[in-house]
Design a protein around this ligand. Structure first.
Ligand SMILES: [Zn+2]
Length: 428
């Protein structure tokens, strides 16, 4: 096994015109940089081809942009590499999806900035490959109840996928190379009124994890849909919407993860498998179609015959034929009950009798199971079909519509994506 890691900043230059911040309302213009945004990549090479996993402090990167990153890496490397790019869904970063421009009819994408993110992420991936050296891997997982206290879910069912799963890589010389950490929560602690660019709680994960363990910290978000947020999660003595709160969450996540890794034993990894399938999902969301017609996405995510094409993938790290770590690659914001189970049948749902999707993590076979959200694409919320609710009466006879469907492609997203993952997991 050989491993390498590298990071590059993707912080915007505020002197180069207005920077529209993503994730809340239109026209939130950045006024300052609080801390840097990053593309952070881990490369693993058990056999010939390197596998590269990159986490990027961005609201979301579309499949079109990920293909540009992959092509840049391949061209500059001169050989094949399997590159995974997961945006962390940072709500305090520039708009790379177009939805948060000066007004709803005007895209917030700045193509120069998007190009910078693409080039720097490709650079970080290439530097991680260049840094490959003999290494050993340790895996850990932990789920103390404290992790759930940082997540507030404002839509039933109240389900979190709060387990921390970690992969630590140490050089054969004993020096740390990187720690990959996978957790699920919206990076939006600072809320909708902040105008300072920040990586939000992941900034504190990077800092603390690198202090405790050395090497490069790489964070990848998980099933953040439905709605996993620090915004309604109270921490005693710490004000809401504050940098102090973001720092506390990130520090605790990093500390809990580092503690778990202290007892982790090295595992033998002899090879990896990477499967990816591009599937088509019907676009039921009229708002998404209108945004595309208004050129909000600048030509990305073209609709063909009323469908959008999205990548769904699976990574396996194996010891011989034995899977040690499986990673589901989900192209958006998965409702956590689709990851860990707990789908409910509610009065008021539009398709209450739709068959319930299997829980992705329960389909997996490896002892360690990660799920990357916004992996290689960001199509918005992925909602269990039986919980889909676009027509009154509303779930549980609520007086108004629940938040979710307006940011989802449609009710077929979850059945198609989970069925694809099931096939990938059950294939050899
Ligand atoms: Zn979101």
């Amino acid at each position: 096994m050989r491993a390498g890691a590298a990071s590059r900043t993707v912080t915007p230059d505020l002197a180069k015109g207005p920077v529209f911040m993503a994730g809340f309302d239109n026209n939130r213009r950045a006024t300052a940089i609080h801390d840097d945004l990053f593309a952070r990549c881990l490369a693993l090479q058990p056999a010939e081809t390197p596998l590269v996993i990159c986490g990027v402090d961005s609201i979301g990167l579309f499949w079109d942009d990920v293909l540009r990153i992959r092509q840049t890496v391949k061209t500059k490397l001169g050989r094949n590499a399997d590159v995974i790019v997961a945006a962390l869904h940072d709500h305090q970063a520039p708009d790379t999806m177009g939805l948060w421009g000066p007004n709803a009819a005007t895209s917030g994408i700045n193509e120069d900035y998007t190009t910078l993110v693409i080039e720097r992420t490709a650079e970080a991936a290439l530097a991680a490959i260049e840094n490959l050296r003999p290494a050993s891997i340790a895996l850990a997982k932990t789920h103390p109840p404290e992790l759930d206290t940082f997540i507030h879910d404002n839509r039933p069912p109240d389900v979190h996928d709060a387990e921390l799963i970690l992969l630590a890589v140490t050089g054969a010389d004993g020096k740390p190379i990187a720690t990959l950490i996978n957790w699920a929560n919206h990076p939006e602690t600072l809320g909708s009124r902040n105008t300072q660019i920040t990586a939000d709680y992941p900034a504190a994960i990077y800092k603390r994890l690198e202090e405790r363990r050395g090497g490069v910290a790489v964070f990848v978000n998980g099933a953040v849909g439905g709605m996993q947020s620090p915004l309604g999660a109270k921490i005693a003595g710490i004000p809401d919407n504050s940098f102090e709160k973001a720092e506390r969450i990130g520090q605790r996540v990093a500390d809990i993860g580092s503690d778990a890794l202290e007892h982790a034993q090295p595992v033998n990894i002899t090879r990896y498998e990477f499967q990816e399938r591009v599937v088509r999902i019907p676009i039921a969301n009229k708002g998404f179609e209108q945004a595309a017609q208004a050129n909000i996405y600048h030509g990305r995510k073209p609709s063909v015959d009323g469908q959008t094409s999205v990548p769904v993938g699976l990574i396996r790290l194996l010891d011989g034929s034995k899977p040690m770590l499986e990673i589901a690659l989900v192209p958006g914001e998965l409702y956590p009950e689709l990851s860990v189970g707990g789908i409910q049948k509610y009065a008021g749902a539009d398709f209450p009798d739709a068959s319930q999707e299997p829980a992705i993590k329960s389909l997996m076979k490896a002892p360690y199971r990660m799920l990357f959200g916004l992996a290689n694409d960001e199509i918005g919320y992925i909602i269990p079909k039986s919980e889909w609710d676009n027509q009154p009466p509303w779930l549980q006879n609520a007086p108004k519509r629940w938040y979710g469907e307006q940011n989802s492609v449609g009710p077929e997203a979850a059945p198609i994506i989970t069925a694809t993952l099931k096939e990938l997991i059950e294939s050899k």
